[in-house]
Structures are given as structure tokens and as C-alpha cells.
Design a protein around this ligand. Structure first.
Ligand code: UTP
Length: 275
């Protein structure tokens, strides 16, 4: 059973400057809910209640968000405004939150390794909150947890992207074992379209087995001098222990302004306006 979900949330979010100068990217809102809350809700829907968040300098708003705000809540108690906090109050009641700081931003692999102290020696999920996913009826992470129960190995969520955009992603190569499930034998970080093994890109949902931590420790820095999770996963993949899962649903890249605006419109039309 997967009990913990790790949220690497230490990145600088430079694509959203100046908005992210003093505010974490993960606290940017799709209409009225911060990105990281959507991620936490997805983890909860997958049966996970232990939220492990890797933060960094200037990210304290995340901790405050998943806490009680006595003064505010006292002010609106008994008014119609109270219901706006119902979802977050439920999250605070049923989940536990733990935090650690990544001192230097040395890449996603390094952020995940920093989270070891929160996760321990058990399989865990990873959500990159800037990839906002919608899927009906089962959220993407729940689909992946079900697959993990069958295979008990690391799983990365993948989606087809236009060939010319492979340079933005980790891209996999492998054999399709069953509908949408690939046994990965290749992983390339941000390849030029000509060098990409496929157009199947890794997006921000993972299930990882805990041996990944030892592998990360002995993986040298890769592209851009950063510790890449794809390089570490390649060690597992060489032993046939990584699946790529083409999830059912839609992903918005909220790390880019264009994807963020599309996700905002989606949430406004489908949830906010619809009540
Ligand atoms: P990104 O590649 O989107 O980087 O990180 P970023 O710094 O957040 O944003 P830009 O590119 O400057 O606009 C992908 C995910 O990995 C986390 C980020 O917080 C984000 O969720 N991350 C990345 C870390 O936690 N630590 C790192 O050192 C790097």
C-alpha cells in the first residue's frame, strides 16, 4: 500500500516571475484554489493521507495553507463564507503534513532524495503540483496506485506529446505490454526531436520504490548539472523494473503561462461557474 506522497516544491518558478518572487509557484491559484491543494486532493483520492512536502526558502505560505487560520476562521464562523474553507478543513483533518527543505536547488532527483527523510523505506508517490491533471472517474494517481498493486515496481505517468516538443520532457522508449502500459528500456532527458526514442513524455506523477534513494545517491549530475530522476530511474529500467503508464485523462502544464491559463479556464468553466 502507498501511504505517502512526496511533493517536490522547492523550484524557483522563474517562468512566472515576478509573481513567484516572494510567493511559491505551488501557491498560484487555478481560480480560487492553489495548485498544491489540487495535488493533495488527488493524492487523497488515491487513498494516500501522508503528505510529504519538499520546500525551500520563501515557501512558508505552503505550510500556512495546510494549517488552521484561527483569526480568519473565527471571523467568518457562522456566515455563508464558512463553506469556502470546507475542503481545506477536511484535508487538514484527515491528512498529515511533513516538511523538509531543499537547501540548494540541484534538480528534481535531488529534491526527491531530500524527501527521503520524510518518506522512509517504503514505496511512495510523487506529484509535481505544476502538472494539473483531470480525469474521470478515477484521478490519475489512483489509476497508478492500482497498477502498482499489480506490478510492485516504479511507474511513471506518460503522455503523447507533439514530436517537436520532446525537448521539454523526459522521453521514454519501451515495449507496450498491455494497453497503455510500457516496460521502459530507455529514458532521455529533454532530447531534441531527432534523438527522442518516442513521443511519449514523462509527466509529473510517479510511483517509486525506495531503492531509488540509494540509486540517486550514486547517480552523477546529468543534464544542466542537475541530479535527474530520469537518470536514476534508468538504473531500475535496465533491470526491467520501470513501467510507463499512458494515463486516462488530461494534463495541463501549469509550469508554463499558456498551460496555466488553459487550466484556469478549465476550472472556471467546469467547477467554479458550475458551482
Ligand atoms: P521545474 O523544472 O518546473 O522548475 O521543476 P521550477 O524551478 O519549478 O520552474 P521554472 O522552470 O524556473 O519556471 C519541476 C518540479 O520540480 C521541483 C519544482 O518545484 C517543480 O515542482 N523542483 C525542481 C524542486 O523541488 N527542486 C529542484 O531543485 C528542481
Amino acid at each position: 500500500m502507498i501511504k505517502k506522497c512526496l511533493f517536490p516544491a522547492a523550484g524557483y518558478g522563474t517562468r512566472f516571475l515576478p509573481a513567484t518572487k516572494a510567493m511559491p509557484k505551488e501557491m498560484l491559484t487555478l481560480v480560487n484554489k492553489p495548485l498544491i491543494q489540487y495535488g493533495v486532493e488527488e493524492a487523497l483520492a488515491a487513498g494516500i493521507t501522508g503528505m510529504a512536502i519538499v520546500t525551500g526558502r520563501g515557501k512558508r505560505a505552503i505550510e500556512d495553507h495546510f494549517d488552521i487560520s484561527y483569526e480568519l476562521e473565527h471571523q467568518i464562523a457562522g456566515t455563508s463564507k464558512e463553506k469556502a474553507l470546507a475542503d481545506i478543513r477536511h484535508i487538514i483533518d484527515v491528512c498529515t503534513f511533513s516538511y523538509t527543505r531543499q537547501i540548494e536547488m540541484k534538480g528534481l532527483g535531488h529534491a526527491i532524495l531530500t524527501g527521503e527523510t520524510l518518506v522512509g523505506d517504503e514505496p511512495f508517490a510523487v506529484i509535481l503540483a505544476d502538472d494539473y491533471c483531470v480525469a474521470e472517474p478515477d484521478p490519475v494517481l489512483l489509476q497508478m496506485v492500482r497498477l502498482y498493486e499489480q506490478h510492485k515496481c516504479s511507474i511513471v505517468a506518460i503522455e503523447e506529446v507533439p514530436r517537436e516538443e520532446t525537448f521539454k520532457y523526459g522521453v521514454i522508449g519501451g515495449e507496450e505490454e498491455s494497453e497503455g502500459v510500457f516496460r521502459i528500456n530507455q529514458m532521455v532527458e529533454k532530447p531534441d526531436p531527432a534523438d527522442a526514442p518516442s513521443n511519449l513524455a514523462i509527466i509529473g506523477r510517479y510511483i517509486l520504490t525506495p531503492d531509488i534513494f540509494d540509486i540517486l545517491r550514486s547517480t552523477p549530475p546529468g543534464r544542466n548539472g542537475e541530479l535527474q530522476i530520469t537518470d536514476a530511474l534508468m538504473t531500475q529500467a535496465a533491470e526491467g523494473r520501470v513501467l510507463g503508464y499512458r494515463f486516462k485523462g488530461r494534463r495541463f502544464d501549469c509550469g508554463s503561462v499558456e498551460g496555466f491559463v488553459q487550466a484556469t479556464n478549465h476550472c472556471y468553466e467546469n467547477y467554479y461557474k458550475a458551482g
